[in-house]
Design a protein around this ligand. Structure first.
Ligand code: SAH
Length: 218
């Protein structure tokens, strides 16, 4: 049995692990404390929700490591007025964290099942400022563009052109770049009136950004 003391202890260790990995933004830490990762992990691995490791989810995908979720969120420098696009809904955990720090979150995944399951959790947790849609996120979400912030949680060989085009001037995009089977680099792209500035943040490892919709869409 897991008692209240054990839960409090796990939570403290979870937040400590985030801080020790460079998560210093109090608002990001607050969102990580508030949103329980447990509901986003179904089945066998549910008891490992509070460990700082990626875990398997449905459709052969993974929920990212919490410290990576937090560091990517921190890198976005969100303001409460922001409209954000996430490419790669997966479990919905990253979108739930974003929903605490932004005005509106659109999240898309190529797998209909993941979008459906994540939407169920958003409803259950009353996270009403998230809209999850099935779409090929390499093309962004033209209907809702432009965005203040864009986060891609699958690795692209280069930042996709349509996503760059859908970023507002002054906007920020965080995207893992590199080949899928190698270590990738997390890149932060900042759009100014003159063009795009690129910052390389840290090595990461993500599943690849894949073109087209998943076969479960039919
Ligand atoms: N952010 C997620 C983890 C994402 S794993 C979380 O918090 O759990 C990467 C996700 O990107 C997978 O679910 C995969 O289906 C999705 N994906 C890959 N290529 C895509 C594309 N072109 N468009 C939309 N989603 C894509």
């Amino acid at each position: 049995m897991t008692g209240p003391d054990q839960i409090a202890e796990r939570k403290m260790q979870f937040l400590f692990a985030l801080r020790s990995k460079g998560v210093t933004d109090a608002r990001v830490l607050g969102a990580m404390e508030k949103i329980d990762r447990g509901p986003f992990i179904r089945g066998y691995f549910a008891d490992r929700a509070y460990e700082d490791m990626p875990l398997p989810i449905a459709c052969g995908q993974t929920i990212s490591q919490p410290s990576v979720v937090a560091l990517m969120t921190q890198a976005l420098k969100l303001s409460p007025r922001d409209k954000v696009l996430e490419v790669g809904t997966g479990s919905g955990y990253q979108a739930a964290i974003l929903s605490q720090l932004a005005r509106r979150v659109y999240t898309v995944d190529r797998h209909k099942r993941l979008v459906r399951e994540a939407s169920e959790i958003f409803r259950a947790l009353d996270l009403t400022n998230i809209t999850a849609l099935t779409a090929d996120g390499s093309f962004g979400l033209p209907d809702q563009a432009p965005f203040d912030r864009i986060i891609v949680t699958a690795a692209a060989e280069d930042p996709p052109g349509p996503l760059l085009a859908q970023l507002k001037i002054g906007g920020i995009m965080v995207v893992p770049v590199g080949q899928s089977d190698a270590v990738q680099s997390l890149i932060r792209v900042t759009r100014s009136a003159d063009g795009f500035d690129y910052d390389e943040l840290r090595p990461v490892r993500f599943v690849p950004l894949v073109e087209g919709l998943g076969r479960d869409t039919a």
